[in-house]
Design a protein around this ligand. Structure first.
Ligand code: NAD
Length: 319
């Protein structure tokens, strides 16, 4: 099996690669050629979370699992709090084929899903991008979104405003004007990405204008929440995977309140394959509930493996 260390992932997989790989995966899911296995996520105590996301893509020949989680004490050790590794297996024999550092890949595949939703669901004339959140993932989200529309400016809000200058610096690198705003000014945005670890809604219905696209990316666990359930109830809903959306995604709260039904949520893959038209009108609110599926991880890890093999990188080991 090929071992690919975290340190060389940035040289192997670009945001464009991640975008293409995630698009292919979502389309394969919509065609019934690929499916995710149930997510396992456990609290280990002291704030630590550990879990597995896995799946099989028959079309892409991918079987595997991402193992990882959140380890808050890592900051004090000088390493990142989010730790993950992707393991790929031969779907025919079950033999392990690769072990790939999954930290950067997670950020790339998450940002790719959000950008894909913006590309396919935001209005073509979207010019103002809003970002709620300014943590580790936020910069990746901004970079990926910058690839799919000609933004004129970016507005940002974060519960902890001292984190916003880092996001502003990313916007500056992309040549985009950035302004820190109060939440009620998010109404100026044509697309809004939410990427926080919030346990309660920050973005309320009154903060979002008609015709806006929302990419809700932070809620990936039971109990997290970024968006007013009333906003979820009035939006046209899309997701990476319906089973995850209703249990661990942003829709979990509206489902529990009975204001949204599972049948109201469309997989983004169905838009990619042309089975669903996507946005219905210029003034409806569209919402992508990005919960993060195992197949996204396998797809970007497979790109890393292919590139590493082409270039003779990584370390081959017998197992
Ligand atoms: P981070 O720890 O670097 O940043 C956390 C962010 O949440 C910061 O902006 C912080 O200010 C904000 N925040 C914290 N508590 C809050 C509260 N009570 N109300 C509002 N905002 C609050 O985390 P990150 O790596 O940037 O990840 C952000 C979220 O995205 C996490 O919930 C993470 O689990 C999730 N995530 C989702 C996917 C996916 O595929 N959907 C993938 C990776 C990460």
């Amino acid at each position: 099996m090929l071992v690919i260390p975290e340190s060389i992932i940035a040289d192997l997989v670009s945001p464009a690669d991640a975008y293409d790989a995630v698009a292919a995966t979502f389309a394969a899911m919509a065609r019934g050629q690929a499916y995710n296995f149930p997510v396992v996520r456990e609290a280990l105590g002291e704030g630590r979370q550990y879990g597995f996301k896995s799946g099989l893509d028959r079309a892409g020949g991918m079987l595997g699992v991402k193992a990882g989680g959140y380890f808050p004490a890592n900051m004090g050790r000088g390493i990142t709090n989010h730790q993950s590794t992707v393991y790929l297996f031969d779907p025919d024999s079950g033999r392990p084929t690769a072990m790939v550092g999954g930290n950067l890949l997670t950020a790339l595949r998450t940002a790719a899903a959000s950008a894909l939703s913006i590309d396919r669901l935001a209005r073509a004339d979207a010019r103002v991008l809003g970002i709620v959140g300014a943590g580790h993932q936020a910069g990746f989200q901004l970079r990926a979104a910058a690839r799919v529309r000609q933004w004129e400016r970016v507005i940002g809000w974060n519960l902890h405003p001292e984190m916003l200058p880092k996001l502003a610096a990313t916007a500056a690198e992309l040549g985009l004007p950035f302004e820190a705003v109060p939440l009620d000014r998010m109404v100026e945005a044509d697309a809004i990405i939410t990427i926080t670890s919030s346990p309660a809604a920050s973005l309320m219905a009154a903060h979002v204008g008609a015709g806006t696209h929302l990419a809700c990316m932070g809620t990936d666990t039971k109990g997290k929440q970024e968006v007013d359930p009333a906003l979820v109830a009035k939006a046209r809903l899309f997701t990476d995977e319906v089973a995850q959306s209703v249990t661990i995604g942003e829709a979990q709260h509206a489902i529990a309140a009975g204001t949204v039904r599972e049948g109201d949520i469309t997989p983004l893959g169905a838009v990619l394959t042309g089975a669903h038209p996507g946005r219905g009108s210029a003034d409806e609110i569209t919402l992508f509930d990005g919960t993060g599926v195992g197949l996204q991880d396998l797809a970007v890890a497979a790109v890393a493996v292919a590139r590493a093999r082409e270039r003779g990188l990584g370390v081959e080991v017998e197992v």
